[in-house]
Structures are given as C-alpha cells and as structure tokens.
Design a protein around this ligand. Structure first.
Ligand SMILES: [Zn+2]
Ligand SMILES: [Zn+2]
Length: 408
C-alpha cells in the first residue's frame, strides 16, 4: 500500500501535539488507574474494564476478544479508505514496586514496570483525539488493546482470533510505540530494518549412564560432555555467524547430579537464543542441534535438543519508517527524532503483527525530568518511573500516523 501525502497534511499534523496536551489529564487519569492495579498475562479483567470505561461515549465499534482480554476498537472515518492499525499493550510484570509514587501498584506483587500502562493510556488518547477529527478521515482505524506481551504472546492470540479481519479489510499499515526510561522524555528513536531480536529457549539433555564417581570407565559421564557442548557452541557461533548479523546463545542454567560421589545419568542445559534476522535465527538452531548431538556422539553418548520458539525478530518496514520519521519530525520537531545505530536484543510480540502487515515500532523516551537517561532505573526495574508528559508526544505520534494515511 503506497504512502500518499496530500499538501495540506502539515497543517493537519502541526496542531496534534497541542491537541494531545489538551486531553493529557484524561490520559494521565487512565494511566494512573491502570498503574494502581497491574495484571499479568492474557486475562486482564480490571484493565479491560478500565479501558472500556475510558472509551465509553467515543464513536467506536468495539470487539471484545474471547481467548484473551484483548479489545479491538474501530473508528470509522467519514470517507472511504484503507484500514490502519495502532497497538498498545496492557499487561504488567510480576515484581514488587518500590517507586514510592502515590499511585504505585496496590497489588504488592505486580507492577507496570515496562510502561504498558502508558501505552494503553496513549492509545486511548489517540482514540479520543481522532474521534474528534473523524470528519477528516477517509478509512478506518483499528485500536488494538493487547494483553500478554510479557511472554504470553497476546498479539498472536489476537491475530488468531481474527484481529486483521476486524474491519473486513486487512490493515494497510500498523504502528506501535514503546516507552523507555533510557531516552529523554519526548525523544523518538526508530530504526530501519530489525528493531528487536527473536527470543527462543532451548534445552539440551545429554544422556549418559550413571555410576560410581570413582569408576567413570564403568559409567558414561554426561557432565564433561555437557561442558564441551557449551564451549563448542560458543566456538561455532563465532566461526559461523556473520558478526554484522549477530546472534547470541547463552546457556544460563546447568543441571546435573546430586552429590560428590555419583555420576548422574543425564545433564541438562537451558538457555536462550537471540538473533536480529530470521536467517541467523534459523542458522543458530541448526548449529546448536548439530554441535550438541555430534559432541555427544563423539563420546558415545546422545543429546536431545528441544527448542521453544519465542517471539520472532521485530522488523520495521522501511517505507513506514521513512514516513514515521517525516511525520514525527513535523509533529514533535526534527530534533526529537533519531535513527538508532543498532537493534536491541530484547523481544516483542508486535513482531507477529509485523509478519502479517507492514508496520513499525518506535521507542519514545520517557525518562523523568529529575533523572538522567543513562542512569535512570530501566524498564522492568522495581524503581522505574516514567515522565507522564511524554504521553502527549505518544498520543500525537499515534494520531499523526493515522492522519498521514487517512487524512484529507
Ligand atoms: Zn517489558
Ligand atoms: Zn514492554
């Protein structure tokens, strides 16, 4: 789907930030309500209720998903045109908040430590702002309120439940924002191509045979074989993966044995595989399997390798990145926009949506004014705080993305 820009768009986008600031109180109110009651995974009843209450009165067609607490809300523009999709995730994390904020989590063991409460509130803000500009829109907007980003593949559940068929017309473009305390408030950081890594888990089990630790020749000791697999894997990675298309294998857990005088029958390695291209991701899977089984075979043992596929690589569409950079420059000022030099090795389930439709994700800086981005507590920290004014920039970005495609 080509990106069309009509001459009056700058005029339509240059007031977005002030329009977003005008509704910031409502956005902050929803954010704080969510922040007080973080929920985990794909079942977020209180969160869904808060979002639905916020959306009440807006001219939206709402679909409540059944396999998860996902919500797909549709705004029909006055004229005909394509469908575009905006996404905000809604789930929290299992940790105890220690920020001392007066709207801190009231649950004791869950926290909105990744800023998903801001995402949800910004998406609501965009729905409200764009509802007021419905007459200027030719086409439809799907607001995707998604649960379960933190390891539960909520986006995939929503796709499987027909998210992309919500309007009857597959979205031509999708856009997501992630806030971070590692950039100054209001800064937009974006990247052509890979933005975030794939994240797969693997378990290698070495099968030997047990015996007395004093007589290893009568047993088949799996422990040195497991150690050799760890080292051989690291060598293989450095010798066969292009350093400019990197990958990481970390064995983070090694389990074997019960005491000092018994050779155990098995040893188990658990780890994670990260890559920033699907090609390298596939190569690493092949490499680990080959190294593990053949190192074991060299010692007369066997190894079984089990992969648990996690989120795919998040790959931004180049044309959409170009248009988002241009739009963000118009809406927030050119100084606010930076191209990231390298991807981040974290992972996102927004990648599942970007496998189906052209899309992009940006990072929005939300470091509080009293902290420095370099040293501020990071996303997922029990101490992380976010600048709430940055949400006005987020609302404006979401809205600008839509107006660029459906405006005028
Ligand atoms: Zn997170
Ligand atoms: Zn997140």
């Amino acid at each position: 789907m080509g990106h069309r820009r009509s001459p009056n768009l700058p005029a339509m986008t240059n007031s977005l930030l002030s329009d977003a600031r005008a509704i910031l109180d409502d956005v902050v109110a929803l954010r704080r309500r969510l922040h007080r009651q973080p929920e985990l995974g794909n079942d977020l009843p209180k969160t869904r209720e808060a979002v639905l209450e916020a959306l009440e009165g807006l001219p939206l067609d709402i679909t409540l998903h059944e396999t998860t607490s996902g919500i797909a809300a549709v705004l029909n523009g006055a004229g005909d045109g394509p469908t575009v999709l905006l996404r905000g995730d809604m789930d929290g994390l299992p940790l105890t908040e220690d920020t001392g904020l007066d709207f801190a989590s009231e649950t004791g063991d869950t926290m909105h430590a990744c800023g998903h409460d801001l995402h949800t509130a910004m998406l609501f803000g965009a729905a409200k702002l764009l509802s007021g500009r419905r007459d200027q829109l030719n086409g439809k907007v799907v607001f995707m309120f998604q649960p379960g980003e933190e390891g539960y593949a909520g986006a995939k559940f929503m796709l499987d439940e027909g998210l992309l068929d919500t309007t009857g017309d597959t979205p031509a473009a999708g856009f997501a924002i992630h806030v971070t305390s590692m950039y100054a408030a209001g800064e937009v950081h974006i990247r052509h191509g890979s933005l975030l890594a794939s994240a797969d888990n693997l378990t290698v089990t070495v099968h030997g045979s047990g015996g007395h630790a004093s007589a290893p020749h009568k047993a088949l000791d799996p422990i040195p074989i497991a150690a050799e697999i760890i080292l051989a894997t690291q060598v293989a990675i450095t010798r066969s993966i292009d350093v400019f298309d990197p990958g990481v294998v970390t064995f983070a857990k090694l389990t074997a044995g019960t005491t000092n005088n018994i050779i155990p029958p098995t040893a188990e390695l658990d780890g994670t595989i990260r890559a920033v291209s699907e090609e390298t991701r596939a190569s690493i899977h092949e490499l680990v399997e080959r190294v593990a089984t053949n190192v074991a075979a060299a010692h007369g043992a066997t190894a079984t390798v089990v992969f648990k596929q996690g989120y795919p690589v998040s790959i931004n569409d180049s044309e959409i990145v170009d248009s988002v950079k241009d739009m963000a420059g118009r809406v927030l000022g050119e100084d606010a926009v930076t191209e990231m030099p390298a991807p981040i090795m974290g992972a996102e389930d927004w990648s599942y949506v970007m496998q189906k439709i052209p899309g992009a994700m940006v990072f929005l800086g939300a470091c509080p004014a009293d902290l420095e981005p370099e040293t501020a507590p990071a996303n997922h920290s029990n101490l992380v705080r976010f600048d709430e004014d940055a949400m006005a920039s987020g609302v404006a970005l979401y809205s600008g993305f839509v107006i660029d495609r459906l405006g005028g």
